[in-house]
Ligand binder design. Structure first.
Ligand SMILES: *Cc1c(COP(=O)(O)O)cnc(C)c1O
Length: 396
């Protein structure tokens, strides 16, 4: 309590006290457990990219404030990447903005594009910063729940539910594909339907595509901006943290029309103004790595997915097979459990492994209650150890 008994934390943020990641990472440390909670790689990205950052630092490139939009080399590399991969053309001087990670890109987009009271549709379970950023912008979140589908062992979007969620107050859809935490990659048909809806109801879309390079089993990442009518109403977000395994560098970006990028920049300039100077030079080089890098990165994560998924299945979990991201969601009910939160709190003692309860990513907590998320962006031997521990603890 502060003066006159008023709580210190304002009403907009009161519901977001501390994140589950802090609690679970502390548990991992105090119990010596393998931490498959928070999603960060336990090895660095390519050595040549790291050395590019060292070179930039030594040569005094980026040690002072970089330009507000990001250094031209990075913006050009981002534009080239979008063109080469997806056939999307962006003017690096007007339609590309470097940000302090995707996190800032999300925050700046919402702060720029929302008026208080605007409704934002977000796919539930959602990435944890979405709810807080919508709240900080004074928006109202309207979750549309991805439903577990046993037949395909994946989560699917109910397009009727999405359509029904749009009202006259809806300003934008906040999309995430490939989707964290479910590992779902939205299909061409789903994205086409979302695009049609956005055009019909005149909605903006902010699309978080930080896992664009992590898609498996022949699934394809299709940027929403490539769909008819969408280039003019879509803010697309990417991140070097996820694509090059340098999550501490906080280099992210936004692409969109000059009008959208200018709006996002208006908010961004008063958040960090600029960030990560020398790392921007390194990421400019990283984006130009040959296709072999991206293929090897994806194949490595696919093998890790398979290793951990097999361990979870052997231990008795029902596993939802992720076709994207580096997370796997598992159902704990076959183990005779139903509450993911208490399961995750006990898991370090029981098995020496840390996971995250999916319920924290839901407004409808009951819809996520029996599901837990494991990160598989860890070294093979770490995952093998975790799989073994889970088998020992649960398999009969
Ligand atoms: C990790 C993550 C982010 C944040 O990316 P940074 O570049 O580290 O800020 C945003 N969205 C999703 C879905 C993520 O998993």
């Amino acid at each position: 309590m502060g003066r006159m008994g008023r709580p210190l934390l304002n009403r907009r943020l009161a519901e977001f006290g501390t994140t589950i990641f802090a609690e679970m990472s502390a548990l991992a440390a105090s119990t010596g457990s393998i931490n498959l909670g928070q999603g960060f790689p336990d090895t660095d990205g390519p050595a040549e990219v790291r050395e590019a950052a060292v070179r930039a630092l030594r040569e005094g490139r980026g040690n002072q404030y970089p330009p507000g939009l990001g250094i031209p080399e990075l913006r050009t590399a981002i534009a080239e990447h979008q063109l080469r991969r997806y056939g999307l053309e962006f003017d690096p001087d007007r339609e590309v903005l470097a940000t302090a990670g995707a996190t800032e890109a999300i925050a700046a987009s919402l702060l720029a594009l929302l008026e208080p009271g605007d409704e934002v549709i977000a796919l539930e379970p959602y990435y944890d910063s979405y709810a807080a950023c919508i709240a900080m912008a004074g928006g109202r979140r309207v979750p549309v729940t991805l439903r577990p589908d046993r037949a395909t062992a994946s989560y699917r979007l109910d397009l009727d539910e999405l359509r029904a969620a749009v009202t006259d107050r809806t300003r934008l859809i906040l999309l995430n594909t490939p989707h964290n935490p479910t590992g779902t990659v939205l299909t061409r048909a789903e994205l086409a339907a979302i695009a049609e809806l956005a055009c019909e109801r005149d909605l903006l879309v902010v699309t978080d595509e930080v896992y664009e390079h992590l898609v498996y089993d022949g699934a394809e990442h299709l940027p929403l901006a490539t769909f008819p009518g969408m280039r003019d109403r879509t803010v697309t977000i990417g991140s070097a943290g996820k694509t090059f395994s340098f999550t501490g560098w906080k280099v992210g970006w936004v692409t969109g029309t000059a009008e959208l990028v200018t709006a996002v920049r208006s908010a961004k300039q008063f958040l960090t103004y600029v960030a990560s100077g020398p790392f921007q030079y390194a990421v400019a080089e990283a984006l130009r790595l040959p296709d072999a890098y991206f293929t090897a990165f994806r194949d490595d994560l696919r093998d890790k997915r398979d290793l951990l998924s097999a361990g979870l299945a052997d231990a008795g979990f029902t596993v939802f097979r992720p076709t994207g991201t580096y997370f796997v969601t598992a159902d704990i009910r076959p183990l005779g459990e139903s509450d993911g939160l208490s399961f995750c709190r006990a898991l370090p003692e029981r098995a020496g492994v840390v996971a995250i309860p999916n319920a924290v990513f839901y407004d409808h907590r009951e819809a996520g209650a029996p599901y837990v998320r494991f990160a598989f962006c860890k070294r093979i031997e770490v995952l093998a150890d975790a799989a073994e521990r889970l088998r020992k603890a649960f398999a009969h």
